[in-house]
Design a protein around this ligand. Sequence first.
Ligand code: ZN
Length: 455
Amino acid sequence: MVRHVRCGSFFSGAGETASRDSTLCIDDAGLVTYAGPTATAPVAASTDTVLDYSGLFVMPGLQDVHTHLAYGNAKSEEDIDLYQPLEFRAIRGLFFAQKVVAAGYTSICAPGDAGQVSLSVRNAIAWGMFPGPRVTAAGRYLTTRQGLTDWYPTWIGVPDTSIGRLVTTKDEAIEEIRVQVKNGVDCIKLAMDGTQTRPDGELIAAFNQDETTTMVQEAHRLGRKVVVHAVGREATLYAARAGVDLIFHAYHLDDECLDAMLASGSAIGPTMTFQRNIIDFTQPHEPAGIKGRPSQVERLYEIACVNLQKARKAGVPMMTGTDTGFAVTPYGEWHALELELFVRDLGFTPGEALRCATSVTAGFMAGGDRLGVLEPGRFADFIAVDGSPLDNITLLQDKTRIRHVHIRGERMQIPDRDYDPRQVTDRSLANWTELYTQEHVAALRLRRPMGRAAA
Ligand SMILES: [Zn+2]
């Protein structure tokens, strides 16, 4: 049985424009056998299925290269690392992965997660146990004392339930990469910097060049891609020189970084959505608001836009991702905001942004050479949208516009189940954000019981 999909507008993912009156044919294996004008399409047999999407815009399923399945919409690092057992996080990750596919995202990369959460979710979906997106899975981030995920004091260390794996020597790093590959990860995640700076304010690279190159070579030798977190210039430079496949953020890149990226073929996943949402959503009473994070991030965002536009002009491949999994980036909610930011703040056309979110981002995914473009021989992972994202890139954020989501030709039908975040995520032990001295209590005019005002 062949499935014939009649498309109102058809965007293949290979170019930047759409064509009208097209047909997509899909075989039993879920592979595209024909994608082109309806006039020259194979004629549907009586036993074939015909899907009439002639009022809709059909395009490859969207791809988010930065969705953390283990985080659970976390409000704090402790939420991420401590409060739920790994087994629960895997079940929760599957639940949330389904919210992502319902939003039109047929492939995600989970770059850095606790335990083996992401690869378990990946397998449960890939082996047909549950509907969900394709998952490209990493294990724990490899980090050092200066890297992301080594949050807690040295006398506590990095707990086993953390998303990080602290490595203190090159040998330990190599061993960890080999263990993760044995367990079945698709890619290795390195924390190339964190939050520590030199006195002059420059972010410190967590690994030196030699260590970075050694880890990347070993991961590549084992046939696995490498993705890094690198906000600062130094971390970006070491990563690009070592030939990592994908650099998240790269906000402080300079010409030397750009040359290294162009020489080694590293792509950038800017992940603007997370930063934008911190700026736009954080309220003054929240811990991040009290710490002044929105204004710090806003300055960083402005620098990032200037530098990333240079990278776009230089031809560095840009992949779409959101850092979904935090309270400001809940699953299934803001993935397509990244495309709007690519257009508004990085200078891409809507057609280019769509191509970034499909064929370009597929370039990092496991088995990506059969994803991201609707053409014969590739998987029929596609969405049907009410309206043209080429005319209005923001409509991809409107869940009511994502009418149908198909993976391997099969239509995903995900019930939109509600959940109580206080039960599934929020376990933080923090209770107060202010210090109630006599002076502060008086300033707030707080009342004591019996109606007695504070002094
Ligand atoms: Zn991330």
